[in-house]
Design a protein around this ligand. Structure first.
Ligand code: TNX
Length: 554
């Protein structure tokens, strides 16, 4: 079985009638079968199922959350809320959701969706699969189903078909940096919704950095009182700001209360998304030092970073380590995630070299250099998190100081860290700059808003295979998956965040969900044309496809 590939209108068709008919048929077809990420198998059948008042959703108690959420999401456009029931009443066509252990081969997140004229049968071994089945079903309905208001006169037809589908990877992620620029809670929820639509299941929330601490920690209120506020933001390319110190002169602030965090975690959970918190340490920690100067290496007051003149990072005193344990205790209480991210990237040896206190501490611990000191710290964090029943994850620099087998490595400086880690038996998440850095340009720099640098066009994202050839086949299972990162130094608001994220996230979603052999960029672009209409309805400020030699989009 194979997916039905949908053709867009052919401009070569001769004769107006033929042209119009072709266009009409293609539009209907395209609107009904254009699913992103592409399902493993999709076979069309004859006929249609129609949602109309009286259509019910049959679900047993284990699936009530998925069924109700599905009914709620369809309700505004349909103009009625399909009733969720435990047993059938009447003879109207219905949707049935069922856990089916015999479908175990589809894994924890797979599903089987069969649409017939009088019944839609959605089965999966686990609730997550049912959720993904509902996302596919939404994409099979006319695109207007994404509207917030009743669409009079639309026939809510779904073409009869059979889909069997399951993801290639179990970590399908996206990272959002809310430190460089704070993103309001409402946007975080919208972002989570957009991840769910693309069957992504991991939201990596980069909550702290030099430029701002964005999560309330009850024991240390100054982290947000002082650390969530900075006097301004830099303007222009980094190198120029270093010289001219140009800033917007506007204070920037914001943080999430613990109540906000609970709300977002619950919101994500309902959508089968795990929220991985990241608390950066021991580098990228100037906001902590601004709030609690005794935690710094250099013993001088520093501001929350508002330019690119990095001034300090954590020292490695025992009391500092315990401070971070206290922070992590509250984090662990807020986030059910098995994985807790502790950063670990870009630690500046110079701050530790210039600090008599840190040098004395190194002697006391018997560590020979700064990398080993970081290794010592990472192992302490690992022990702490493991004791709490969690697993440490960090950027690939953590490999250099020596880590336990249990620690998970996020490979960002290319694929090398991931290859080395997987071959050494660590689980890894691939996040290499070359393929997954959404703060890089997606087209010719002069024609795009200012970005970090680099060039990552859509086609390159689509070409990404998270399993590099250099990982021995026996270790390939250590690659949990991949994720994109949106660092927000140059991304001040939600519109810009959406511009950088879409449509590249649609491509990444396919890299981590769909079978590698089935990926076909030009066919993806055809589905994307339809998908853009959904993103329009959802008010997503995606980047349009423009023919430009940089991105090689035709
Ligand atoms: C490197 S990726 C960083 C971030 C920056 C990013 C900009 C990583 C672990 N560290 O702090 O925002 O480059 O592309």
């Amino acid at each position: 079985m194979n997916i039905v590939s949908v053709g867009l209108p052919s401009i070569r068709s001769v004769g107006l009638v033929v042209l119009l008919l072709t266009w009409f048929a293609a539009t209907i077809e395209a609107d009904t079968v254009s699913v992103i990420p592409r399902p493993v198998t999709l076979a069309m059948k004859k006929g249609t199922f129609q949602f109309k008042p009286g259509t019910t959703i049959l679900a047993n108690p284990a699936l009530v959350t998925e069924a109700r959420l599905f009914a709620r999401t369809l309700a505004p456009a349909l103009g009625f809320t399909p009733e969720v029931r435990a047993s059938r009443a009447g003879s109207a066509p219905y949707v049935e959701m069922k856990l089916d252990p015999s479908l175990k081969k589809l894994g924890d997140e797979g599903y089987r969706l069969e649409v017939s004229p009088r019944q839609i049968m959605l089965k999966a071994p686990k609730a997550a699969g049912i959720f993904y089945g509902t996302q596919t079903l939404r994409q099979l309905l006319p695109i207007q189903i994404y509207r917030e208001a009743k669409m009079e006169g639309t026939e809510w037809n779904v073409a009869c078909l059979l889909v069997e589908d399951s993801p290639r990877f179990k970590w399908r992620g996206a990272m959002l940096d809310v430190s460089r620029h704070f993103m309001p809670k409402e946007f975080v929820k919208k972002y989570i919704d957009l991840l769910a639509i693309h069957k992504m299941n991991s939201f990596h929330w980069h909550l702290t950095d030099d430029t701002g601490w964005r999560i309330e920690i009850k024991k240390y209120p100054k982290l947000t009182e002082v650390g969530s506020w900075r006097e301004a933001s830099p303007v222009g390319p980094i190198e120029e700001v270093r010289v001219n110190q140009k800033s917007d002169g506007k204070p920037h602030f914001g943080f999430y209360t613990q109540e906000d965090v609970r709300e977002i975690v619950a919101y994500a959970r309902e959508r089968h998304i795990n929220v991985v918190p990241e608390i950066e340490m021991p580098g990228h920690s100037q906001a902590v030092v601004a709030a609690y100067p005794e935690l710094g290496s250099l013993g001088k007051p520093v501001p929350v970073l508002f330019n690119y003149d990095l001034a300090d990072q954590l020292n490695m005193d025992e009391s500092t380590i315990h401070f971070m344990f206290d922070v992590l205790s509250e984090v662990v209480d807020l986030f059910p995630s098995r994985y807790v991210h502790v950063g670990g990237d870009e630690v500046e040896p110079k701050f530790w070299q210039q600090s008599a206190g840190v040098q004395a501490r190194m002697k006391e611990l018997g560590v020979g250099n700064e990398k080993e000191l970081q290794g010592y710290f990472t192992r302490r964090l690992d022990e702490f998190l493991t004791g709490k029943g969690r697993q440490l994850i960090g950027w690939d620099e953590i490999l250099e100081g020596g880590i336990s087998k249990n620690a998970v490595v996020m490979s960002w400086r290319g694929e090398q860290g991931g290859i080395q880690a997987a071959n050494a038996g660590h689980d890894v998440v691939m996040a290499p700059t070359d393929y997954t850095y959404f703060d890089y340009y997606q087209g010719e720099p002069g024609k795009e808003p200012l970005a970090m640098g680099g060039l990552l066009p859509l086609e390159k994202v689509y070409s990404y295979d998270p399993i590099p050839a250099a990982i021995a086949p026996a270790n390939a299972h250590h690659v949990l998956g991949a994720q994109c990162q949106l660092w927000t130094e140059f991304v001040p608001d939600r519109k810009h965040a959406e511009y950088m994220t879409f449509p590249r996230l649609c491509a990444l979603a396919e890299d981590v969900w769909s079978p590698k052999e089935q990926k076909d960029y030009s066919e993806f672009l055809q589905r994307l044309e339809v998908h853009f209409k959904r993103l329009d309805i959802l008010d997503v400020n995606y980047r349009k496809l423009v023919p430009d030699p940089w991105s090689r989009v035709k």
